[in-house]
Write a protein that binds this ligand. Sequence first.
Ligand code: NAG
Ligand code: NAG
Ligand code: NAG
Ligand code: NAG
Ligand code: NAG
Ligand code: NAG
Length: 672
Amino acid sequence: MGFSKDSCCVCMLQLFIVVCLIVQCVDVKVHADLNATLTVNASLASARRIPDTLFGIFFEEINHAGAGGLWAELVSNRGFEAGGPNTPSNIDPWSIIGNETYINVVTDRTSIFERNKVALRLEVLCDSTCPADGVGVYNPGFWGMNIEQGKKYKVVFYARSTGPLNLTVSLTGSNGVGSLASTVITGSASDFSNWTKVETVLEAKATNGNSRLQLTTTTKGVVWLDQVSAMPLDTYKGHGFRNDLFQMVADMKPSFIRFPGGCFVEGDYLRNAFRWKASVGPWEERPGHFGDVWKYWTDDGLGYYEFLQLSEDLGALPIWVFNNGVSHNDEVDTSSVLPFVQEALDGLEFARGDPTSKWGSLRAAMGHPEPFNLKYVAVGNEDCGKKNYRGNYLRFYSAIRHAYPDIQIISNCDGSSTPLDHPADLYDYHIYTSANDMFSKSTAFNRVTRNGPKAFVSEYAVTGNDAGQGSLLAALAEAGFLIGIEKNSDIVNMASYAPLFVNANDRRWNPDAIVFNSFQHYGTPSYWMQLFFSESNGATLLNSSLQATGSNSLIASAITWQNSADKKTYIRIKAVNFGASAVNLKISFNELDPNSLQSSGSSKTVLTSPNLMDENSFLQPKKVAPINSLLQNVGKDMSVTVPPHSFTSLDLLKESSNLKMPGSDSSSSSSV
Ligand SMILES: *[C@@H]1O[C@H](CO)[C@@H](O)[C@H](O)[C@H]1NC(C)=O
Ligand SMILES: *[C@@H]1O[C@H](CO)[C@@H](O)[C@H](O)[C@H]1NC(C)=O
Ligand SMILES: *[C@@H]1O[C@H](CO)[C@@H](O)[C@H](O)[C@H]1NC(C)=O
Ligand SMILES: *[C@@H]1O[C@H](CO)[C@@H](O)[C@H](O)[C@H]1NC(C)=O
Ligand SMILES: *[C@@H]1O[C@H](CO)[C@@H](O)[C@H](O)[C@H]1NC(C)=O
Ligand SMILES: *[C@@H]1O[C@H](CO)[C@@H](O)[C@H](O)[C@H]1NC(C)=O
């Protein structure tokens, strides 16, 4: 990721941008001073079907993408395990309500759950002498809980008590003031002499995006708490996914989801790597783990099963990345790797096995007797250069090929430069680079051998100064790169941006596609850029060629696709203008009936902004977002002006339709 090498180029580019902006300010009317012609052969004989799988997503548990993000659990460190298995332990982010005159709070190892023994012990020293609001503990969630008026929240916890229990469960403002919802849980000493599960549903009477959960009492005695969960009832299909974030992803129409990482799968050390078996079964029995690469604890509520469910809910193929006995700092010898191979085979049985099989029955017990549609696995992440990778990989490859011949196996070794020395169905290709380099990589696959395994561009993004926290510049360069991918989709079968999500309170990695906090979200320009490709999966790539004079900063493609909503067929032209001049683009269709394209029903979408470094924010979530407008003068030979620094998509309605737009004047689009 070293940017120092490129800093000089970056400075030059920034100077260049500043100069361009000054020129644009002075010369208010932008001249269409460059000319280009896109010749499209509309004949299907020279066309090629784009793989159904081409554009998908990569979900990594980074930046609190899942815990405190897409996974709607509101309580952080619900089992008090984040401080480690030894007591006394840090209970952060839990805090104590009341000082030591009134309450004494410790962790001990008395939980009934074998894999997460730590529980919280509250010794209440006061009774009628307690502060009026009681004493106890609160949890602020992940930088505040989003509680919405009229919505219901299911609170579940396990409690034990030396005497009668009288515990107030409430959702309040961030400072404990202002009750949003509250209930009292009571029971006799015998009711709670042993661990007892408590479930209650709270309905919020007000909205606060920065709330907290409180458990308080004014009853003297000792109370233990464990596995405290608060989930909104309103999640996607009740499956636990935060609705607004799920919808942002669904709008991308991803064909696949690669999960759960990334480096998260490897771990800095193997002992901290994600283990699928520790992430399935009843949530309260999961041990949780510390992800040592991205430096935070996860309770693993979003586990292997939930990822498979997420794939199904998105209509996306799951791509399971598993650990191959290699982390960033330690490796298992190939001679000792068989337990890891068995772990992967068990994971495949969990996903696909018969409900009567050992692991398939656990899946069925969790609510999904039907197998999940798992057809792709990746053996590790970015491990190709590691000492034991090839040896380990071959063990996984032969075992999986033998047991599941239809599963596509992905190698970490980049086969685009030199042919792989081992069998694979696909190979990973990762690229994080500057904007200019990314744009130039649109041709990266032009000359790659067509004989070997297919390429999976499983992580790409412009990073560093060109990208900031998600700039227009980054999105334009990536758009150029993706058009190159689309054109090379005979060899590149899958591509996904990285990372997908960032909680603004834990920016481990910039930039990201979707930014959120407890109650807000927005897409970066790179998010919106990806939506331009959401109709490409399974579409038809038309043969086109671009002739441009005086500019090599333009790249374009043509596809035909069918809109599932109106069942109509469109030709979509996408053009990235990476340069500072507007381009007058002539589009000329061969092998097309003169009247088969029409203005009415055709439209134009443009992603641009006055400043190349413009970003979106919670305050201006759509500062850089696509603008849609009607399109005029559509035909076999047509021309459009492509604004400087823009990504433009034209949807041209093909064949006749009954719809006539009377007098249809395009609404905006001053630059065309
Ligand atoms: C583009 O074409 C216009 C006329 O259509 C012409 O005036 C202009 O000089 C051309 N620009 C270039 C860079 O060739
Ligand atoms: C696309 O067109 C070019 C000429 O413009 C031709 O060389 C090439 O073979 C065509 N490709 C296909 C798949 O027909
Ligand atoms: C369009 O492609 C077809 C099939 O490759 C070819 O026969 C035809 O000549 C092409 N048309 C033009 C104008 O290049
Ligand atoms: C606890 O709070 C009470 C009331 O504010 C105060 O009187 C008492 O001194 C405090 N005790 C300690 C140990 O700080
Ligand atoms: C629980 O405690 C509250 C005061 O904190 C009291 O008003 C209520 O009567 C108690 N309930 C029971 C069942 O003891
Ligand atoms: C307490 O509950 C657990 C689990 O529900 C059970 O295994 C155990 O036997 C119970 N202990 C007593 C003393 O009832």
